[in-house]
Design a binder for this molecule. Structure first.
Ligand code: GLN
Length: 503
């Protein structure tokens, strides 16, 4: 059962061949068997998931109308507020934060009768590309436990690859859905900015953040997007645009498909096995009748520099609320007061005020080093004298990147390329080199800067048996087209059916 897609499981649930209780128990058994090696979850809802499954089975027997995901287990990234459940964002800062409300996406899942099976591990506040920045534990890549699963939605990708859940929810600010999906051999879609409500999503960089679906097939991705997308009056950035029935069209190929390829994607630094796999995917599309057109994205090369200003700018503002007074972790008051009085005795002068000391210590102890680096970068670059040089300049470049996409989408339906420059790396390999870590997002950040849609799907394995991802991007609100085009590839290949042998 655990190897079936959500769509196949739904058919079995509907025909009465299996119950949600059986399906949920099968995934919980799998979690018991492999989670200690993978570490994808921060919390597993063993009891409440079984209760919810029984309730859905009962509802089904009663003949009451059921939601789109009735009885299907799903894992949720620990950054979406869930009423009554600790929502930590992988940070000590929020270790004891229990939201009094549900994120809109969580509400959609509950209304669809899905079974929330657990909360997945992530880089602290979604800052990272390896899930090594979680304050709680690293997550392993199920294909090679010594390697990282990507990030920041590393737990969300790893739980799918290890068959611990058939569906999961991730978030993507600069690649955090697509990069881990690529490195774990699963499917992940970053919707257009505004497609999915961000209400109840703990903010990292508000002009870039999007919530999105992760699954093992394109069809399941369509199903989950259909469940969570749509306007929400509680998120003023969510778009008032109808949500198409993605599942109704995902199996019909796109006629007269033109695919754009960008020659500069294939320059130095791209792993040769990834290059061959992506070029092979281009040939698959050609054999399906697609026209391939070379396009230029002249400002793509500035994406990383632009992103690593804009994301920290916004993060430094969003994270200011975690000061030990309003929200989150607070340093031990007595120790702090003792320290201050000892210092006052020694220096016999006024030092730091108790309030400033409390802020400083709470933030130094509550945030990990990558989060502190981002806050400092953002605050520095926004400070007087630097604002124009960094912030305004970054916004101008961002506009040029968007213009590149606009002219590309005048000529092609989708842009095809790699998701990552290399396959999953070993744990610890990039920890001391933040720039190398930032380059993980080379191919993904531009979609966020421009607000377009992007999907990663499996397109090969390296000689070391590590997954390779194929990146397709489409114009804003063209998810329907993106899913169709992705599914054309998936229907012609079987990479998405490969599963790792967990050592
Ligand atoms: N890896 C990128 C970063 O660290 C993107 C993270 C994300 O998309 N949340 O900022």
């Amino acid at each position: 059962m655990i190897d079936l897609s959500a769509t196949s499981l739904l058919a079995k649930l509907q025909s009465g061949e299996v119950s949600s209780e059986e399906v949920t128990a099968a995934f919980l058994d799998r979690i018991n068997a492999v989670e200690s090696r993978v570490g994808a979850f921060l919390k597993v809802n063993s009891e409440s998931a079984m209760q919810a499954a029984q309730a859905v089975d009962k509802k089904r027997r009663s003949g009451a109308p059921l939601g789109k995901l009735a009885g299907i287990p799903i894992a949720v990234k620990d950054i979406l507020c869930t009423e009554g459940e600790a929502t930590t964002c992988g940070s000590r800062m929020l270790e004891h934060y229990v939201p009094p409300y549900n994120a809109t996406v969580v509400e959609h899942l509950l209304a669809s009768d899905a079974i929330v099976i657990g909360r997945t591990n992530m880089d602290e506040f979604a800052m990272g590309s390896s899930t090594e920045n979680s304050a709680y534990k690293p997550t392993s890549n199920p294909w090679d436990l010594e390697r990282i699963p990507g990030g920041s939605s590393g737990g969300a990708a790893a739980c799918l690859a290890a068959a611990m859940a058939p569906l999961s929810i991730g978030t993507d600010t600069g690649g955090s859905i697509r990069q881990p999906a690529a490195l774990c051999g699963v499917v992940g879609l970053k919707p257009t900015y505004g497609r999915v409500s961000r209400f109840g999503l703990v903010a990292f960089a508000s002009s870039l953040d999007q919530v999105g679906p992760m699954a093992t097939t394109v069809e399941d991705t369509a199903l989950l997007l259909e469940t969570i997308a749509g306007h929400d009056r509680r998120d003023s950035t969510s778009a008032k645009i109808d949500v198409p029935q993605y599942t109704a069209s995902v199996n019909s190929p796109l006629e007269n498909l033109t695919i754009g390829v960008v020659p500069s994607h294939y320059q130095d630094g791209l792993d040769t096995e990834i290059e061959s796999a992506v070029k092979e995917a281009i040939r698959v599309y050609e054999s399906l009748g697609a026209r391939i057109k070379e396009i230029e994205m002249p400002h793509a090369q500035y994406g990383i520099a632009t992103y690593y200003f804009i994301a920290p700018f916004e993060a430094s503002g969003n994270l200011a609320r975690y000061d030990g007074a309003h929200y989150g972790y607070r340093t031990d008051q007595q120790t702090m007061l003792d320290e201050l009085s000892e210092e006052a005795n020694q220096t016999d002068g006024a030092g730091e005020s108790p309030l400033v000391r409390m802020y400083r210590k709470s933030r130094s102890e509550g945030f990990g080093s990558e989060v502190q680096r981002r806050v400092m970068l953002g605050t520095y670059a926004l400070s007087e004298g630097y604002y124009d040089a960094y912030y305004l300049k970054a916004l101008k470049v961002r506009r040029l990147i968007r213009a590149d996409y606009d002219s590309a989408f005048d000529q092609v339906d989708c842009i095809l390329g790699p998701v990552t420059a290399s396959p999953a790396f070993r744990r610890g390999e990039k920890t001391n080199d933040p720039l190398a870590m930032y380059l993980e997002d080379l191919y993904t950040v531009n979609a966020n800067l421009a607000g377009v849609a992007g999907i990663s799907l499996p397109c090969g394995l390296t000689s070391e048996n590590l997954p390779i991802g194929l990146h397709l991007q489409a114009a804003p609100f063209q998810e329907e087209k993106l899913l169709k085009v992705a599914n054309m590839y998936q229907s012609a290949t079987d990479w998405h059916t490969r599963r790792p042998e967990i050592q």
